[in-house]
Design a protein around this ligand. Structure first.
Ligand code: URA
Length: 238
């Protein structure tokens, strides 16, 4: 196409193979029609350390998670957020539809955290976490919670909790509303994904199969189609 003179850059036909353009800046046409650049979709699974802000850029942030990704030529942004003082599993992508799907409030994927909290967590409080905790922005949806360890010497409990909502500082606030300060918080799982093989600050690309599986998990359930040959039963009257 190039050597036959059908490609133009900024209105000038270019027949030289290997001519360079700046993506997004140069106007490319093919037979006079604009050429759209198809950007490769990238999905990164990062083990975020404490002290990194989950934003693309923030003038007040000392460090952002983007600094941890080396040599990736794509405009990535985090899928949801982890607090500055939370570590663990964070996805980043340049796929806006994927981000929208995964962070949509009504169909979020399960997120598992390990929290080290002040004091001894009782069975009653685990129960409260599971049933829903009253907070200033409403009662939380049912969660799953289990005590992993209790250290009498440190006076701290380690609890695994799985939620599917994504409210601001939700896990910290859930514990705090029961009087347990959170000393340490880490996200260990998102749906079927975990951090196997990734030490803090390290990342990997998601496999296409993992991306497809996440999309499926986050998609709202389809309404059941009416069964063929069946008409709704009429209510008897009179
Ligand atoms: N809940 C929190 O409190 N903090 C996070 O970073 C994520 C969930």
């Amino acid at each position: 196409m190039i050597t036959s003179g059908r490609i133009a850059v900024d209105g000038k036909v270019v027949t030289e193979l290997g001519a360079k353009v700046i993506p997004g800046k140069a106007k490319l046409t093919y037979d006079g029609q604009p050429v759209q650049m198809v950007r490769e979709k990238i999905y990164i699974l990062l083990n975020k350390p404490v002290g990194y802000t989950s934003t693309r850029s923030d003038p007040h942030a000392k460090h952002t998670v983007l600094e941890l990704l080396k040599g990736i030529d794509a405009y990535l942004y985090p899928v949801g957020r982890l607090d500055l003082d939370t570590s663990g599993l964070l996805l980043l992508t340049n796929d806006g539809d994927f981000t929208k799907l995964l962070t949509h409030p009504s169909h979020q994927v399960n997120k598992t955290y390990v929290a080290v909290v002040e004091g001894r967590i009782t069975a009653a409080n685990l129960n409260r976490l599971e049933r829903g905790v009253k907070m200033e922005d409403g009662v939380t949806a049912p969660a799953k919670a289990r005590l992993l360890t209790y250290s009498p010497s440190e006076g701290a409990s380690t609890v695994e909790i799985t939620i599917h909502e994504g409210r601001k500082r939700q896990v910290r606030r859930m514990f705090e509303s029961m009087g347990h300060e959170v000393y340490k918080l880490s996200r260990t799982k998102l749906g079927f994904l975990d951090l196997t093989g990734l030490s803090e600050g390290k990342y990997r690309n998601l496999a296409p199969k993992e991306v497809a599986e996440l999309k499926k998990l986050a998609s709202p359930p389809k309404a059941a189609a009416p069964r063929p040959g069946r008409t709704p039963a009429r209510r008897k009257t009179g």
